[in-house]
Structure formats: structure tokens, C-alpha cells
Design a protein around this ligand. Sequence first.
Ligand SMILES: Cc1cc2nc3c(=O)[nH]c(=O)nc-3n(C[C@H](O)[C@H](O)[C@H](O)COP(=O)(O)OP(=O)(O)OC[C@H]3O[C@@H](n4cnc5c(N)ncnc54)[C@H](O)[C@@H]3O)c2cc1C
Length: 295
Amino acid sequence: MYPSEFEYFAPRTVAEAVRLLDQYGDAAKILAGGQSLIPMMKLRIATPQCLIDVNRIEGLGGLRREGDRLVIGALCRHVEMASSPLVAELPILADAAALTADVQVRNRGTVAGSVAHADPAGDWPAALMALETAVTIAGPAGSRVVPLNDFIVDAYTTGLAGNEMLTELSVRIPAAPRGGAYAKFERRAGDFASASVGVQIEVDGDRCRTAAISLGALGSTPIRARAAEQRVLDAASAVDALGDAERLVREAAEPFADTRGSVEYKRHLAGVLFRRAFMAALERARGRRVATLHP
Ligand SMILES: Cc1cc2nc3c(=O)[nH]c(=O)nc-3n(C[C@H](O)[C@H](O)[C@H](O)COP(=O)(O)OP(=O)(O)OC[C@H]3O[C@@H](n4cnc5c(N)ncnc54)[C@H](O)[C@@H]3O)c2cc1C
């Protein structure tokens, strides 16, 4: 199908984009990579009267290091996350990039677009939830910063007002020795997740000093498995706690039954993916190379 008619704007600055958003309100949509919005427009699930294409705004793309944080510009594409040396310290993000969609989608789609879209099965919201991620939002009154946890409110619903746009994401790089991994199960290559798990740890010998476990496609938003994190943190040897932690991960999952599987099946996947991601994160924290966990 063809999209319904719309007006098209290509502002050159964030201020201009925000002015247009303020003028058109809910009738307007930001166009970034178009890899979620355009298919929805073609299916007439989305019928915006006005598209604000932010691709010509200078300074909105790329990755940069600021102190102990990695800053991801709103136009940073999935492909940049897979290959940038700046992401080497955060292999959980390189994993998520490599496991998102296919080459064509990765070349156009943006990390920020995925976060703004808040698909419950989106890889970026799930992977970034295992890190301390902050979202910078620009609106008519200026800029504000909110934690990712508060930004994603429900399935396809965020804390963005109609006249606001996301300008960057910023992620704290955990202290060394650290390890992270993102594991995903998909029915076929390039598909959305049936379930996914992100793990990020800071270690001291066999013990974890910090632990974050995030679940994707296992609820209406990404979920932090807090009880499992605590179980891992309490153990003198994290590996000894994996059986208990795996059970707590399964209990934390809130999956829906759909064409990708039953509730029981997805809970089972959550446990298996947690174990894989945790062991890969631990190996990486010990300085060993572990390739992305392709399903
Ligand atoms: C065949 C196919 C397979 C896919 N597989 C996967 C997959 O396996 N895993 C996965 O996670 N995703 C997958 N996707 C989705 C893809 O990753 C998208 O790129 C991503 O979800 C949205 O990013 P985008 O830049 O394309 O956003 P767009 O499509 O341009 O926009 C998406 C939504 O976010 C809003 N938006 C975008 N940028 C901003 C901003 N800066 N501020 C405010 N609002 C904004 C738009 O208005 C729109 O509502 C797939 C897509 C396709 C077509």
C-alpha cells in the first residue's frame, strides 16, 4: 500500500525541528531512519499529516566519548554501533547492533529511533536498559535529560511530549574489569526477538561488584530482573548463583503468547539466554574474546 498524503519538512537545526513539532503537534512525526515509520505508514497504521525529516540536521549523528560516558547522537545508525572502536568497551552494544534486523535496516535505522519507537521486542531498548542510559530530549522550553527507565512508559509509548524530540543517548561506561553481552533468540535471521537478555557486570575476582540483567520481548517494556541481579551480587562466586539467578530471571519475565511462542516457551528462553549472556559477559570481564552469540 502507499502511505496517505503528508507534508514534508527537512529542517537544518534542532530548534527548527522543535518549532515544526510545536506547530503541528500530534499530526507530525519525526523521520529518522524510516525503518519502522515508513512500513507503518505504508500499512496505514501511522498516518501522520506532516513528516519532519531530521537527517539533514548537522551534529545530530555519530558517537563520542565524554569522560566515562559514550554519547550516541540521534542519527547514529545501527551499523556504526557494530563497527565503531568507541563501542569496543561495551560489547553488549556491539552484540545488539549485530543482532538487529538485516544489513539494509542496519544501514539506515537509528538507535535513537528504536528507543523512541519503544517496540517491546526492540533490541536497543533491551540492551541499553542493562546500562545506565540517559535520554536527552529537546523541546520548546530547552533540553531535559531522563533515565531510559523512566523514558519508556509502555509498549510503543514514551515520555516524549508531542513537541519534543530525542537528540542523544548517553551511556555510562562501567568500570574495569567489566563484561557485557546481549543474547537474542529469533525465529529466522533478521527477525525481531522471540526473547532477548542483556547482562552487564563489573567484577572483582569471582564476585560481581555490580550486575544488571535486562529482558527484551518478555513484557510490554524492557524489564530489569532485579531479584536475579541481587542473587548474583550476594554470591561469593557469581557462577555458583547462576541456577538460582536463572530461575529468578524466568520469574521476572512477563511474556505474552503470540506467533513467536507460548508464555512457557518464552520463559524458558529467558533462562537459557540469561545463562549464555552471563557466561559471555564473565568471560569478557576476564579479558577473553567472545564472539557475538548468534542464535
Ligand atoms: C525488516 C525489518 C526488520 C527489523 N528487525 C528489527 C530487529 O530485529 N530488532 C529491532 O530492534 N528492530 C528491528 N527493526 C526496526 C529497525 O531497527 C528500526 O530502525 C528502528 O526500530 C527505528 O529506527 P529508525 O531510525 O528507522 O526510526 P524511524 O522509523 O524513522 O522512526 C520510528 C519512530 O520513532 C520516532 N523517532 C525517530 N527518531 C526520533 C527522534 N530522534 N526523536 C523523537 N522521535 C523519533 C519516529 O517519529 C517514529 O515514530 C526492523 C525493521 C525492519 C524494516
